[in-house]
Design a protein. Sequence first.
Length: 53
Amino acid sequence: MKTTRKELEVDFIGGHEPLTAQEEKSLSEYFKKKKNQKAIISKTTKIEAQTVN
């Protein structure tokens, strides 16, 4: 089965207006939260690996 690729017009995804201050803050908080979750998972995995050895 052959896969097809579509080139997206990135300039038009998500609207034409710039982000509002509240939207920027929301996105910033979301990415901080995701980064912290990833760090916690990484630390937990490292600790589990050390206790197994």
